[in-house]
Write a protein that binds this ligand. Structure first.
Ligand SMILES: C[S@@+](CC[C@H](N)C(=O)[O-])C[C@H]1O[C@@H](n2cnc3c(N)ncnc32)[C@H](O)[C@@H]1O
Length: 174
């Protein structure tokens, strides 16, 4: 499926996304947020934020949700009026380089045309020494060897029997 079809698909199901996936996504989000701590005042990007579940679990700070589906962003805005929500693509993040304290991307990279570009974008926008938390469906072919695909970072991979994603978390080091 191309980008437009994917956005159309999420636009048409945005209203029922939480009912279908909230339980599953909250498990993943809590797994990530236990390992990548977010502090008040930080600049945080959630790439492919969907309905804004992850951002709604954070305290105060400059929080930006980015997604290619306008309807998912509208749902996110209802949940979290204090964050900025921007229509944009993880493969070309509309964010200045080295400007973020944390970047998350949960269950998104299995959907994108060039997931390596997405990973490189996440590393580009992170400040040096800052942390990221990424997951993608473990059945995606790109998930194999994901740790070695992250350039310029110390990364640790976590696999889970109970969740459908593989997780990679770490720090940008160059
Ligand atoms: C499975 S949902 C995950 C949403 C959210 N991260 C969560 O954990 O609930 C995938 C999301 O990625 C978005 N998406 C798909 N392709 C994208 C892209 N190239 N850039 C940004 N977001 C994208 C979809 O619109 C959808 O909101």
């Amino acid at each position: 499926m191309g980008k437009k079809e994917i956005a159309k698909d999420y636009n048409s199901t945005a209203g029922i996304y939480d009912m279908r996936y909230m339980e599953e996504q909250l498990l993943k989000i809590s797994f990530i947020l236990k390992r990548v701590m977010v502090h008040d005042g930080e600049t945080v990007v959630d790439a492919g934020c969907g309905t804004g579940m992850l951002l709604s679990h954070l305290g105060n700070g400059f929080h930006i949700g980015i997604d290619t589906s306008v309807e998912m962003l509208k749902e996110a805005k209802k949940r979290h009026s204090g964050a900025e929500f921007v229509l944009g693509d993880v493969e070309a993040l509309p964010i200045r380089g080295e400007s973020c304290d944390k970047v998350f991307c949960v269950s998104v990279l299995q959907l994108v045309e060039d997931p390596q570009k997405g990973l490189d974008e996440i590393m580009r926008v992170l400040k040096r020494g800052s942390a990221f938390g990424i997951s993608l469906l473990n059945k995606a072919s790109f998930a194999k060897g994901i740790g070695g695909r992250i350039r310029g970072a110390e990364a640790q991979v976590y696999e889970s029997e109970s969740m459908r994603d593989v997780f990679v978390m770490g720090y940008k080091n160059s």
